[in-house]
Unconditional design. Structure first.
Length: 289
């Protein structure tokens, strides 16, 4: 007997047949991804174009990884840090420092954070704040006489901790692991080349953190809350039906800076050149929908 003739007998008149395979659509999300741009404008701590000081030199590193520990959307330039829409705050260790082991470390165009749009307060946001914590990149250097009999040009990897304070058990620079088991202040770094590692600590205030609205919304000393405006304010609506991707473009334009002991514009770590800054040189947030 045909199904349609059986329906009245079964009391199933008006039954709507649906596929058992139907799945509700995923809730729209906001997604954050990094971009590393060596051609982006190089800024100082107040968000102004930065001129390289006399006797300083810099190079644009090849980035491998970056991590952040705080993300906030600010409605306007007068929004005090911490009073905007706080989207993310990384785990902290018992000591109060950023827990390096728990940090998400990603490369270019990889998602470093996402959340449902419905969980963000509706409104219009003009500014993005991203507090950076760790960066890993490659640089070139030169070692020559009198250290070596002839010039040697090499590539090394730097692990740079730029968060306000980070608790580190151990970390791998490239292939070599460094054991710490302690808190390290902003500016701690490790350098590896040819299987050899070196570590150091930049002085307080040596890490550039661009914040164009410092006069109206200052950030604490020692933090790495990089701030920038959206070219078009970001509107968050709970009626959104598709994801919003935010490209967080970071300026790596000569972000590795040193005091030049000679005049060849090459970083020579064993011949007197002294690293002075490893900060990110600006942020441009772009909405991609």
């Amino acid at each position: 007997m045909k199904l349609l003739k059986l329906l009245p007998l079964l009391g199933l008149v008006g039954l709507v047949l649906t596929s058992c395979d139907s799945t509700p659509p995923a809730a729209p999300k906001i997604i954050f991804k990094f971009k590393f741009d060596s051609t982006q404008v190089r800024l100082d701590g107040l968000g102004n174009p930065a001129i390289m000081p006399a006797n300083h030199r810099g190079q644009s590193p090849q980035f491998n990884l970056m991590s952040c520990h705080y993300i906030e959307l600010a409605p306007n330039m007068y929004t005090a840090l911490g009073t905007g829409a706080k989207l993310y705050k990384a785990d902290t260790a018992a000591t109060g420092g950023i827990d390096f082991n728990a940090s998400t470390k990603v490369g270019e165009n990889e998602t470093f954070f996402s959340m449902p749009i419905a969980d963000i307060p509706e409104g219009t946001y003009q500014w993005l704040r991203v507090s950076l914590a760790y960066q890993n990149y490659d640089i070139t250097y030169k070692v020559g006489p009198p250290v070596l009999p002839s010039d040697y040009y090499g590539v090394g990897t730097i692990a740079s901790f730029i968060g306000y304070r980070t608790y580190i058990t151990s970390y791998t620079i490239n292939t070599q692991s460094v054991s710490v088991n302690a808190d390290k202040l902003q500016g701690y770094w490790g350098f590896e080349t040819a299987g050899t590692t070196y570590t150091g600590q930049a002085p307080p205030g040596a890490t550039t953190v661009p914040n164009p609205i410092f006069a109206t919304s200052p950030i604490p000393a020692g933090s790495c809350v990089v701030t920038a405006a959206f070219s078009t304010p970001l509107t968050i609506s709970h009626s959104a039906t598709s994801d919003i991707t935010i490209e967080v473009s970071l300026s790596t334009n000569k972000s590795f800076e040193w005091i030049e002991s000679g005049s060849n514009n090459l970083y020579e770590p064993l011949n007197g050149d002294t690293v002075i800054d490893m900060g990110i040189r600006g942020l441009i947030p772009t909405v991609i929908q």
